[in-house]
Structure formats: structure tokens, C-alpha cells
Design a protein around this ligand. Structure first.
Ligand code: FNR
Length: 191
């Protein structure tokens, strides 16, 4: 069976983003039946209905095309003031319009995020679940992955240096693989 295309959406454009690093680690830990396409969201204009009504901007067309082609979505969100970043919310809003042409509906997804703070983006992830719920995105329930990152836990190449964390993230990706596969009609590995 063909590999499943996963769109990777990181809610930070920061050069040294913890969440980009986490996303890189997750893609490295995934099984070979998942292939990843990184989605750029930093260049999207701020959502404005007047802009949309005047014609979909090319950056938005690119976003919508990438999401539409994806079999599944991997969101890796920073926490900004106990919610997701404005940049990520903006991308989600663009993808949801025009109302009858939302690219999100029916896609399976997994969400996670990293911060140096102890709660590891738990509050942001709860908000993200609520937002994606109203867009009919099927977010994997468990495992939850609130990553309390500390310097050196993930190398710049995306290697996880702590064995316990590596196994946990591996399990998260295995479950996501299973979850995405169910939506694509793949037989369960356990069957
Ligand atoms: C933060 N940060 C933060 N961290 C956290 O754990 N809870 C929070 O509510 C916030 N709030 C917050 C607001 C704003 C405006 C900024 C810029 C930052 C810190 C945040 O976790 C940290 O900057 C991470 O490094 C952001 O993720 P990236 O950009 O490294 O992926």
C-alpha cells in the first residue's frame, strides 16, 4: 500500500524553535510508511475576509493544496499565553475558508508541543483540540504528549538523547501511524 502523506504544521517560525526540533525528532522516529511534507505558515497574510473575497492569496492556495493532499496532519504547537500561537491560528483560519471549501474536515491528526515550562504546552493543546473539533478534524485522543524540553534533550539533527523520552515519542508516532492508517482504510497491525 502507498505511504501515507502527513502534513507537518509547526506553530513557530523561530530559527531555534523547540517545536520545530520536536517535529524533526518525531519525523525521524516514524515508521517508513509515513512520508512527511513540511507546511510553511510564516508567510501567510493575516486573515481578512476582504482579502479572501478579493481572491485567495497564492500563499493560502499553497497551504490549502498541501493540506488537501495530505492523508493526515501532525500539529506541533508552542504555547503562547496559555493558547496556540497567533501564526498557527491564522493558518487554521485560512484553511477553514471559504466555509464550503475547508481543507481540514475529515482529516486524522495528532497534536503535541514543547516548551521549557513544566506544563509542556498542555493549555495550548487543549485549545487546539477545541478549535480542530469544530473543523471536524479527528484528533487522536491518546497518548497526550506534553513535552517539557530542556537543552540537549533533542540534538539539532533531531535525535532524542534520553532513552525514556525517545521510547515515549516513538510510541506516540506508532499510535499516530495506526490512527492515520485507520482513516486510510489500512488493516490494523494487530489484526
Ligand atoms: C511564551 N512562552 C510560554 N510558555 C509556556 O509554557 N506557557 C505560556 O503560556 C507561554 N507564553 C508565551 C507567550 C509568548 C508571546 C511567547 C513569545 C512565549 C514561552 C514559549 O514556550 C517559548 O518561547 C518557546 O520557545 C516557544 O516555542 P518555539 O518558538 O521555541 O517553538
Amino acid at each position: 500500500m502507498a505511504r501515507l502523506k502527513v502534513a507537518v504544521i509547526v506553530g513557530s517560525a523561530r530559527q531555534a524553535s523547540l517545536n520545530r526540533l520536536l517535529a524533526l525528532a518525531l519525523t525521524r522516529l516514524a515508521k517508513a510508511d509515513l512520508e512527511f511534507e513540511w507546511v510553511t505558515i510564516r508567510d501567510l497574510p493575516i486573515f481578512d475576509q476582504d482579502v479572501l473575497d478579493a481572491g485567495i492569496p497564492p500563499e493560502v492556495e499553497r497551504l490549502k493544496g498541501q493540506i488537501a493532499r495530505a492523508d493526515a496532519l501532525l500539529f506541533v504547537t508552542p504555547e503562547h499565553n496559555r493558547s496556540i500561537s497567533a501564526m498557527l491560528k491564522n493558518a487554521i483560519d485560512w484553511g477553514s475558508r471559504p466555509r464550503d471549501a475547508s481543507v481540514w474536515a475529515g482529516k486524522p491528526a495528532a497534536i503535541t508541543g514543547a516548551s521549557y515550562g513544566r506544563i509542556g504546552t498542555a493549555a495550548a493543546q487543549q485549545h487546539l483540540r477545541a478549535i480542530l473539533g469544530c473543523l471536524d478534524v479527528a484528533v487522536m485522543g491518546l497518548p497526550e504528549a506534553f513535552i517539557h524540553l530542556h537543552p540537549g534533550l533533542i540534538t539539532p539533527e533531531g535525535e532524542v538523547t534520553n532513552e525514556e523520552t525517545r521510547l515515549f515519542l516513538q510510541g506516540f508516532m506508532d499510535q499516530f501511524d495506526h490512527w492515520a492508517g485507520r482513516f486510510a482504510g489500512k488493516p490494523s497491525a494487530a489484526a
